[in-house]
Structure formats: structure tokens, C-alpha cells
Design a binder for this molecule. Sequence first.
Ligand SMILES: *Cc1c(COP(=O)(O)O)cnc(C)c1O
Length: 226
Amino acid sequence: MVCDRLREVEERILKACERSGRKREEVLLLGASKGVRAEELREFFSCGLKTYGENRVQEFLRKEEELRDLPIDWHFIGRLQSNKVKYVIDKVSLIHSLDRESLLEELRKRAGAAGKVQEVLVEVNVGGEETKGGVKPENLKTFFESCMRAKELKVLGLMCMPPYRENPQEVRGYFALLRRLRDQLEADFRMHLPHLSMGMSHDFEVAIEEGSTIVRIGTLLFGARG
Ligand SMILES: *Cc1c(COP(=O)(O)O)cnc(C)c1O
């Protein structure tokens, strides 16, 4: 049952890759696991889903402890308060939501103290929505310069949460924008930014067609949650 749901999502990812001339290995499936119980994640893990992204620090810490016997690759994908960075820094491989100077400074401090180089994505507010996090596109280059000075961090690319649209085709322009912003940064800073974290349950196929390398899927895998 659980494995069937994973297989269906896998098939749709594969088809979207084929349609857009991409290899399946270019796209990572991340289970957006907020609100999902640890035991359920254990089942999904046994079906082959190894990467999970959490949104809330307390919930994440509980699950991480409960599932410590499994080699899960944890990411942090939600808004991150600076005062919570210290709890997650040694437990996540990738933070998707770097979007402000104060968080950048805290990440530098804590990564430095932990003796690690923390891999991050810069979140971009592609829809210009007040209620959402993310750097505004017009401020991205300046913020990126600060990121480049932080030796304790390694920026691997960009992430976005576009406005919700009933018709996922209407989200395509936002995904294309994120890709163009990435390409521009690569040119400006003469560096490779391999990752575009974009696409959720209702729009991941369009995101893959537009170059996504990480799709964050919750509802399709785990059902509707509180
Ligand atoms: C919840 C969440 C997702 C997954 O959304 P679904 O529509 O349930 O697939 C992806 N990214 C982030 C940042 C989320 O908070």
C-alpha cells in the first residue's frame, strides 16, 4: 500500500524525465514529511525512500531520534528561525531555506563551531508574496555575494515555493524564472549551482520539465495532514 504510492510517484517522475529528455538520476525525490509519524516514515524507508525534508524543528528532532537506526538523509525545508539552527546543524545534509542575512550569520557561526561546511540552497520568493519567505529576485545577487564570503557554507543552488495555482501549467513561469536566476548567478559568479529544489505534489511534473533536481512531495505520498 505504502510501497504502491511510492511506486506511482516514481513512475510519474520517470515519465516527466523521459518527456523532457532528462535522466531519472538527475531528479531526487524528497519526502516532505511534516506531520507524518515516525513509524510511517519507517515503512516508506523500507520501500526505498531515503530522503526526507522536515519543516518544524521540534517535530524533526523527535522523529530523528526515533529513526536514528536508519540511514535517513534529512533535509530542512521549512522556515528556519535563527535560534533553532543549533539544534539541526549536525543532523541535516541540506538546508533549503536560507533567505536572510541573520540566518546566514547564525549558520556560519554554528557550522563553524560544529566543524562542518553546511550545504544550503537559497530560497527565492519568485511570486513576490508577502506571506512567504525567500529572497526577492532583485536582491538575490547582493545576498549571494554575502553567501560567497561564508566559507562555512556551500551554496548548491536555489529553492522556491511558487504561488498556488489550480492549473500547474500556470506555475511553469515561476519555475522557469528560478532556473534563469540560477543560470545568471552561475554566469555572474563563475560557479556551478547544480540544484533547483522546486515542485510539490500538484506541480512536480512541470517542475521537472523546467529543470528541477529536487522535488519535495508530501500529500501524494503521505496523504493530507494537519
Ligand atoms: C509541505 C511542503 C511541501 C510538500 O507539499 P505537498 O503539496 O504536500 O506535496 C514541499 N515543500 C515545502 C517547503 C513544504 O512545506
